[in-house]
Structure formats: C-alpha cells, structure tokens
Design a protein around this ligand. Structure first.
Ligand SMILES: Cc1cc2nc3c(=O)[nH]c(=O)nc-3n(C[C@H](O)[C@H](O)[C@H](O)COP(=O)(O)OP(=O)(O)OC[C@H]3O[C@@H](n4cnc5c(N)ncnc54)[C@H](O)[C@@H]3O)c2cc1C
Length: 433
C-alpha cells in the first residue's frame, strides 16, 4: 500500500501548529520539525523576562500537544537547507527528510539594523533563553547596586534602557517600572529601588505606532505615570558595555534590552526565492512559494500583501489564519477539489498592556483604554493559552501580582548564557564600570 502524502511542517509556532491542527483527519501523515522541543506563547514572553511568570507557564512540549494524533510525528532538529528538486530538508545532524508538501513556518528574530555586535550588550526577546537572560540581568543589576559601595556607580546599575517602543518595548518598560516601584522596595536595604531609571527610547515620533494616536498618547502618559522616561524621535547610535548613545550623548546603563526590528528566518535564502528587506519570503496569493506549488511559507517568515498593498502584520492571529488557509489548500488538493480563494487576512484588533489596570485595545469599531481594556487583555490572553493547568496557573499568578504586587519567578539563572546562539553575559565588562 502506498504511504500517505507526507506533509512536513517546519516550526511549531502559531502558524505551524494551526496548520497541523487543521489537518486533523486529512489523508496525510505529518512531521513537525522544530529546533526547540516546545511551542512558545510569545505574547507573554515579556512577563517571563520580568519575573511575573515562569517559563513553563508559557511554553508546552510539542510532543505532548500531539500525543493523541498518531498521524503526527515530531522531530527535534534544526533545518539547515532545502533541496527543492529532491523535495528534501537537510537537518543539523546531516540527515535528510523527504516531503511531498512542505510548510515553512520558522518565524523571525530581532534585528540590529546591521549592528549585530550590539547583541551581547542589548539582548532581544524571542525565546525562553532570551527571557531568562534578560530576567537574570534585570535582577542582577539590583543585586549589584545593593552591593556597590561607590554611590557614583550605582545610578548606572539602576538604569534600564529599552530600545524600541512597539508592544514589546512598552510592556517591558511598564513591567520593569512596576517591579522597581511595587515589588522590590521592601526587600533591599542599601538602595531605594524607586530610584531606578527606566528609559524607553524610540526612533519614531510616538509609542505603539500601530495604534490610533489617542491610544498611543494614553500609553505614553501611562508609562510616564509609572515613572518611565519616554524618549521619542531618537535613534540609538551605539550600545556597548557602558550603556547607550542617543541624541549625541551617552547614557550609562547596566541593562539594555533590544525591542526594535525583526529579521525573518532564512527561508528565502534556503529556497533562493525573492524576499523583502526584512528577509520575509514573498509568497503567491495562495501562500505558496513562486514556482513551487508544493512549498508554502507562512507567518513571520513570509510577506503577504493585502488588497490595498499593505503587508499582513507579523502577529499571532495572522500566522494562525495563514496556517488554517494552507491546511484548506492541502485538503482541497488531496480531494481533487478546486483550490480555495486566495488568502484574505481578517484583522481582529490590536491589544497592548502598559501595566496594572492600564491597557489599550483597538478593534477598529471600538477603542478601549484603562482598566476595562486591561481586564479584557488578561482574559483574551488566558483564553489563548494552551491547557487548563497553564490557564489556571497564569490566572492565579496574575491575581497574586494584582493583589500583592509580588512576582514569584524572580530567579537568577545562567542557563540563558550557556545556550548557543544567545547573548553572552558581559559580566567582566560590567564590573569595569
Ligand atoms: C516578545 C514578543 C511579543 C509578541 N507579542 C505579540 C502579541 O501580543 N500579539 C500578537 O499577536 N503577536 C505578538 N508577537 C508576534 C507573534 O508572536 C508572531 O507573529 C508569531 O509567533 C509568528 O508565528 P510563526 O508561526 O510565524 O512563528 P513563531 O511563532 O516564531 O514560530 C517559529 C518556530 O519555528 C522554529 N524554528 C525557527 N527556525 C527553525 C529551524 N531552522 N529549524 C527548525 N525550527 C525552526 C522556532 O523554534 C519556533 O518554534 C510577539 C512576538 C514577540 C517576540
């Protein structure tokens, strides 16, 4: 008997997982290839980076998610190249995987606009290792300030710079401010954690540019009420062991977090296919790779244009809708039915939180801000988490933080530093300051 059509999905992020879910009971066998053993709920990653949630609350082992799907196999491996003619993926151990249909959903990473040498000083936030590295640096900065006898050196240790005021930068800035002003004050004896400076630097004219101007202004005002210094219209010119340079002046800071710019994973390079400046592969309206109907690219790895020429945003709902569309095309092909109409993105709205009881929501037809938006933001995120245990655990943690301002996941570990591909921790450089 001939083997079932083999669909290989590379990347178990939002797009890849949705494609696999939507192919349930289709006449296919599926192999998921991911270089991590877990699916990560990136929208709450900033909470793992700021000690509100533990990494295990926002990530799930991929195998576990498909334990009741005998049609799905999972491989923990990194794809290194693709042979389009032979229909084969080459993995990091040199082995190959043959596919009949390939879905590339490998996402994106942060980009330093040609300054990759800044990464050791200003790690970005994309993986659990990034989150634990950032969490370690934030907490260690307070520890070092507590031990620092020289008062001249303390301000730099207690200065936290976040570069980029998109949702991640805004959420990080708000969370660090709450950590310093609400969670930590009673626990230190030699420093006043209220003195911490949290500086959010944005090259553009406003924070959260994807939102309407009034919501963006509300977010800026809320940040400033939390004690965050918001600097607009200033590109960062340099990140180094001493801090950052912007507006022609240096600012000494022990902790810098990079929340600006994304670069797609190298799918276009693997396929020698056209891409935009951010490396996103340009796909056809059915999300296939030009000239290769058997290969799809979705989510942050692809650029899909809307009828008005604007790109589909790089957010989780877009990746999920694309994953669902691809599953529909594969099903139609296997049935021998006409292809579904081209992919159409439906924007459901934008949400961002700034801190406790402060969030903004733009559904297009209604805009909300303040406490109501914050509760809705929380409910929406709990709803989209996978599994009852995680939903309960996150909800309980948030209630605890809400009531007591205590953040339980305040561990300093060096795990992030030991993982290949993550920023090394420049402890020696910092000691020199
Ligand atoms: C900090 C942060 C906060 C965010 N907040 C929000 C938010 O609030 N709301 C929202 O809608 N969106 C948010 N996003 C964006 C959203 O997470 C992405 O748009 C979404 O994850 C894209 O889904 P994807 O399937 O394309 O890729 P991803 O979800 O990134 O998944 C890619 C997968 O591919 C795997 N992979 C990569 N390269 C390889 C390889 N070579 N071999 C094997 N596997 C590989 C990765 O391990 C990963 O599992 C946020 C992103 C970040 C980083």
């Amino acid at each position: 008997m001939a083997e079932a059509h083999h669909v290989v999905v590379v990347g178990a992020g939002f797009g890849g997982l949705e494609a696999v879910h939507r192919l349930a009971r289709a006449p296919v066998r599926i192999t998921i290839v991911d270089r991590r053993n877990h699916h990560l709920f990136q929208p709450l990653l900033y909470q793992a980076a700021t000690a509100s949630l533990a990494p295990s609350e926002i990530a799930w082992p991929i195998r576990h998610l498909f334990r009741r799907r005998p049609d799905v196999a999972t491989l923990l491996a990194s794809v290194e190249s693709i042979d389009k003619q032979a229909h084969e993926l080459r993995l990091d151990d040199g082995s190959t995987v043959h596919y009949d249909t390939l879905v590339l959903a490998t996402g994106a990473r942060h980009a330093y606009f040609g300054h990759d040498d800044w990464e050791p000083f200003a790690p970005g936030l994309k993986t659990l290792e990034d989150a634990t590295t950032i969490r370690g640096r934030i907490l260690l900065a307070f520890e070092e300030a507590e031990r620092e006898p020289d008062e001249q050196k303390r301000p730099a240790l207690m200065t936290f710079v976040i570069v980029g005021a998109g949702p991640t930068g805004v959420e990080l800035a708000g969370a660090i401010a709450e950590l310093a002003r609400a969670t930590l004050p009673a626990e230190f004896r030699h420093i006043n954690t209220h003195d911490a400076r949290i500086v959010l630097i944005e090259a553009g004219p406003r924070v959260l540019p994807a939102f309407a101007e009034d919501l963006s202004a509300y977010a800026k005002d809320s940040l400033e009420r939390l004690g965050v210094e918001v600097v607009l219209g200033q590109p960062v010119m340099e990140c180094n062991a001493d801090g950052v340079v912007f507006g022609g002046k240096p600012l000494a800071a022990a902790t810098i977090i990079w929340a600006a710019g994304v670069q797609s994973s190298p799918v276009a390079h693997w396929l020698d296919a056209p891409a935009d400046k951010a490396g996103r592969l340009k796909v056809e309206p059915d999300l296939t790779v030009p000239g290769h109907k058997e290969i799809f690219a979705i989510g942050d790895a692809a650029i899909v244009l809307r009828p008005d020429g604007r790109p589909v945003p790089g957010i989780a709902p877009a990746a999920k809708q694309e994953g669902a569309h691809v599953a529909g095309v594969i099903r139609a092909r296997l049935r021998g039915s006409p292809a579904p109409p081209p992919f159409r993105y439906k924007h459901q709205g934008d949400l961002a939180t700034i801190g406790k009881r402060r969030a903004i929501i733009d559904f297009g037809w209604i805009k909300l801000k303040g406490a109501i938006a914050w509760w809705l933001w929380g409910l929406a995120h709990i709803y989209f988490l996978i599994g009852v245990r995680n939903r309960l655990s996150v909800a309980l943690n948030w209630l605890w933080i809400y009531a007591r301002d205590q953040r339980g996941a305040r561990l300093i570990t060096w795990w992030g530093d030991e993982v290949e591909g993550t920023a090394p921790f420049p402890r020696e450089e910092r000691r020199r300051m």
